[in-house]
Design a protein. Structure first.
Lengths: 316, 290
């Protein structure tokens, strides 16, 4: 398994030398969504608290670092941590309200959705950050401004983001923290009865998750150079964030990455080909069907299924 | 602040509230019986709107008559979703049910996008009458008709649930599915009919609101979220709560548009939602705690 990981890393490091720019762009989005999925995985997968409002954290992080860069001249290299911290603070507020008041299941889902929607409406109405028109970042191509002319640089940036998040999750998984989160996910009352401070660990999971998502906002802002409140804070983006880890296997280390490798190319390619034929939205129909199929036939996700298949083959 | 303006906001909010109530009653019926949250609720409503639009533009049927056809069509859709999908995951964790319905919502929304395109559509009713004047306040006749029909349908649904044998079976299955099964109720059939009725509510609500509200495929998401707000504020599973909640939220948003800004009126209902979630998760009229 270790050798397989090293080999995969080697391939990923060498890939930009051989693939076309189009494939490189798809890989950048694969890594970025894997990163976002991994961040969501901490609270949504390991702790089992289904947040459908993660776009709010991405949006806060993106707007914070973009506005600081444009208006104050703070480099996004620092701004990403400011954005992450603000997103983490928002996550702490949402988490505290949700967990302290014992909101579970659908109620927690709605609380996260409501906060994201409030952010969307507020930003739409704040003219200082562009309002509904959006906020734009001037392209300089200056690496000190977290901008790169070469797609290969972006490739390595997103690869590092994905690997860093995965490293953090691996660390969490191996420590007591990860075990507590799994206990909370499986049976919260039992975990509490055994003395796990469930509020504290759920809060920690939420803060780590929202901080990472907020950091990702800086990539979103600097790579796309424009922020639209309806896109950055919208529910569709939250669904994009959660669908990959769930298809790949939420609460597993490699699930979000596998999910992103399955779904992102599918989305890009079908968006491109079906969109050309005037079939806008067709790729989202495929998404919906896939989501339904995963729930009905593969509720634990692709990665756990894959692991079982490999083990069964080894035994045979 | 001009008092006439506030009174006008109150009135138009109330008139619009009939449809919001009908929509929320459909959602709360589905939740009350199956304990499943229909994330595709708003998208089903958008299909009701497009059906009304097709009936009106292709066959010349006025939406104030066509809503019957729309309700019937959505009844079949709801029945199919329950029989084909929801039935299989009734015992699955909440998360799985939410994801399944999110999938259905994505399919419905984007099927509408493929079929009708992204441009906003609007249905013209042939019943274009001049507005009525109540002193300084004007009453839009389309809104008045929509309101009256929506309230009538909600009352009919209430009578069906509380005065007929099948309605009693639905309520029994909602209260205690096992007990209902023991006394010989075909619970699966009750479930399918209940989901069908819930969907028919938005089929009718969509057709009725189509002459007032321009719509496009993406309208559904906002409607879903709006109906969630209402049923939480009113109390999940409470029919009366959904009905009154629909009126309250509609009036609150309408007043929010007067006092804040039209683009910020949703802020009022989200604010209300967050307060209710934190301090009274059972809702204004609900009995069961979260």
């Amino acid at each position: 398994m270790t050798w397989l990981g090293i080999a995969a890393l080697g391939v990923l490091l060498a890939l930009p030398a051989v693939v076309s720019s189009y494939v490189l762009t798809i890989l950048i989005f694969i890594f970025f969504y894997a990163f976002l999925g991994q961040a969501w995985n901490v609270v949504g997968g390991y702790a089992g608290q289904l947040s459908v409002g993660h776009a709010a954290f991405l949006g806060v992080g993106a707007y914070a670092s973009a506005v600081l860069a444009q208006e104050v001249g703070l480099s996004p290299w620092l701004g990403m941590f400011v954005g992450g911290a603000l997103a983490g603070a928002l996550g702490a507020v949402i988490g505290y309200l949700g967990f302290r008041f014992g909101l579970r299941g659908f109620y927690f889902v709605l609380l996260t959705v409501a906060f994201a929607e409030v952010c969307r409406i507020v930003v739409n109405n704040v003219e200082a950050v562009g309002g509904a028109v959006g906020f734009y970042i001037t392209f300089t191509g200056d690496p000190r401004q977290f901008q790169f002319r070469d797609n290969r640089a972006w490739y390595y940036v997103t690869l590092v983001l994905m690997l860093a998040a995965t490293g953090i999750v691996a660390l969490i998984e191996r420590r007591r923290f990860g075990v507590y989160l799994a206990a909370i996910r499986e049976d919260e009352s039992a975990a509490e009865a055994l003395g796990v401070d469930t509020l504290r660990y759920k809060m920690l999971a939420m803060i780590v998750s929202s901080f990472l998502t907020g950091v990702g906002g800086t990539f979103y802002a600097c790579y796309l150079l424009s922020l639209q409140p309806n896109a950055v804070f919208g529910i569709p983006l939250s669904v994009e964030i959660i669908i990959r880890p769930i298809v790949g296997g939420s609460g597993t280390l490699l699930g979000p990455i596998l999910g992103s490798f399955i779904l992102t190319p599918l989305a890009e390619v079908s968006r491109y080909y079906l969109g050309q034929g005037g079939w806008h939205g067709a790729h989202l129909i495929a998404y919906g069907v896939l989501l339904v199929a995963v729930v009905l036939f593969l509720p634990e996700g692709a990665y756990p299924r894959l692991v079982r298949l490999v083990r069964a083959r080894k035994r045979a | 602040m001009d008092l006439t303006l506030v009174a006008q906001g109150l009135l138009s909010g109330l008139l619009f509230g009939g449809v919001t109530s009908l929509m929320a009653v459909g959602l709360t019926l589905i939740f009350g019986v199956m304990r499943v949250v229909n994330f595709a609720h708003g998208d089903m409503m958008v299909w009701g709107m497009y059906l009304a639009w097709m009936l009106s533009s292709r066959a010349g049927i006025d939406p104030y008559l066509g809503f019957v056809v729309c309700a019937a069509a959505l009844f079949v859709l709801g029945l199919g979703v329950q029989r084909g999908l929801v039935d299989r995951i009734l015992d699955a964790p909440h998360e799985m049910q939410i994801l399944l319905m999110l999938g259905v919502a994505l399919v419905l929304e984007n099927a509408a996008l493929v079929a009708f395109g992204p441009e906003p559509a609007r249905v013209r009713s042939s019943l274009t009458l001049p507005p009525l004047w109540l002193g300084p306040l004007f009453v839009d006749v389309a809104r008045l008709i929509t309101f009256v029909i929506a309230i009538a349908l909600t009352v009919l649904l209430g009578l069906f649930l509380f005065r007929t044998a099948f309605g009693r079976r639905i309520r029994a299955a909602a209260d205690n599915p096992y007990g209902a099964l023991v006394v010989g109720t075909d619970v699966r059939r009750v479930y399918a009919v209940a989901f069908g009725i819930g969907a028919a509510c938005v089929g009718a609500a969509g057709a009725l609101v189509a002459p007032i509200l321009p719509f496009q495929p993406t309208t559904g998401l906002g409607l879903s979220v709006a109906s969630f707000n209402i049923v939480i504020i009113g109390g999940m599973g409470s029919l009366l709560g959904a009905f009154l909640g629909g009126l309250i939220v509609s009036i609150a948003e309408s007043l929010g548009a007067v006092f804040l800004a039209p683009s910020m009126k949703e802020l009022v209902s989200f604010g209300l939602l967050i307060v209710i979630l934190l301090f009274r998760p059972a809702g204004l009229f609900g009995k069961r705690a979260a």
